[in-house]
Design a binder for this molecule. Structure first.
Ligand code: SF4
Ligand code: ZN
Length: 305
């Protein structure tokens, strides 16, 4: 066995889709080239952008930070980062510590915001209440609100998240399966909202399979938080992920074809289904919202916080 590109006998991966064999250096180069191609093709960056990286300390966000930092080194963009501490015991603190170390290593502006400080309750405490709606429902909404707010406070022009190919395909399938057509219009490499208070979100890793990101951080010797969230398997996303991974074993290109298929119909969906939203403001917190209360505040009211 030897690297399909340079002939090096030390092969570290056989690519799922193409069957290509790659050594460590050629693999690292292939990932970085592919991410840069997505950035160019989807016009994710503009010269002079200040990109806020949503940095959890996990492999995906650390990879985004690492690759975007090469644009920063060439003075094309500036970078800052925010880490959300949801308050998940025996899990989150390690990720926060790793995020802090990466921000210090690169010398970038970074802030850590906890659910406890922001809303007075941790995710663990929410999960102890009766009739809660499931950990990920709260986690997603609160995290999104905190990240949007941080982007405004830090004057960021874009928010970069670590969503990888697996995440994006799971989101597409989940929304189809739940008949959640409104949410289907919001996926994609770059999501923009009409409300100017929402910063443009970009997903540079959208075409990289999760497994390859895991290998990339190991190959580059980057410190990352590898543990998974204790709530992850309770989620619908976890179940959908299992089915897609099972199908991928006998149909190795299925994740890419799902993504490509979605990209082809996305604009049609947008035209047909796009709702005008976020024209008003939340009566409780002032964040943009189409209802009297934004999602985060209506959860807080329900929780009696
Ligand atoms: Fe939050 Fe854990 Fe759910 Fe991820 S899996 S959204 S970290 S609760
Ligand atoms: Zn609100």
């Amino acid at each position: 066995m030897q690297c399909s590109k340079c002939g090096n006998p030390k092969v570290i991966i056989k690519k799922e889709q193409s069957g290509q064999l790659l050594c460590k250096d050629c693999f690292i180069e292939s990932i970085e080239r592919k991410v840069k191609r997505t950035i160019k093709k989807e016009k994710l960056l503009d010269r002079g952008d200040k990109v806020l990286v949503a940095l959890s300390g996990g492999k995906d966000s650390v990879t985004v930070l690492e690759i975007l930092n090469s644009y920063r080194e060439r003075n094309i963009i500036d970078i800052c980062a925010v880490t959300v501490d949801e308050g998940i015991d025996n899990y989150r603190q390690d990720g926060v510590d790793i995020a802090v170390r990466h921000a210090e290593r690169l010398g970038i502006e970074h802030k850590v915001v906890s659910l406890k400080d922001e809303y007075g309750i941790t995710l663990d405490e929410i999960m102890q209440t009766d009739n809660h709606k499931g950990s990920c429902t709260y986690c997603g909404v609160f995290r999104r609100t905190i990240i949007n707010k941080a982007a405004r406070e830090m004057n960021a022009t874009k928010i970069a998240t670590g969503h990888n190919l697996d995440d994006e395909v799971q989101a597409i399938m989940m929304n189809y399966l739940e008949g959640n057509t409104g949410n289907l219009t919001k996926l994609g490499a770059k999501t923009e909202s009409k409300a100017e208070e929402f910063t443009v979100k970009i997903k540079p890793l959208r075409e990289i399979p999760e497994r390859e990101i895991g290998l990339y951080v190991v190959a580059k010797d980057l410190e990352v938080h590898f543990d998974s969230c204790p709530y992850a398997m309770q989620s619908f996303r976890g179940e959908v992920s299992e089915v897609i991974n099972q199908l991928s074993q006998s149909h190795p290109t299925i994740k890419y074809s799902t993504l490509r298929g979605y990209d082809k119909v996305k604009n049609i969906l947008k035209k047909e289904l796009k709702k005008d939203y976020a024209h008003g403001r939340c009566a409780r917190c002032g964040e943009p919202s189409s209802n009297e209360l934004c999602k985060a505040c209506s959860f807080l009211e329900e929780l009696g916080v």
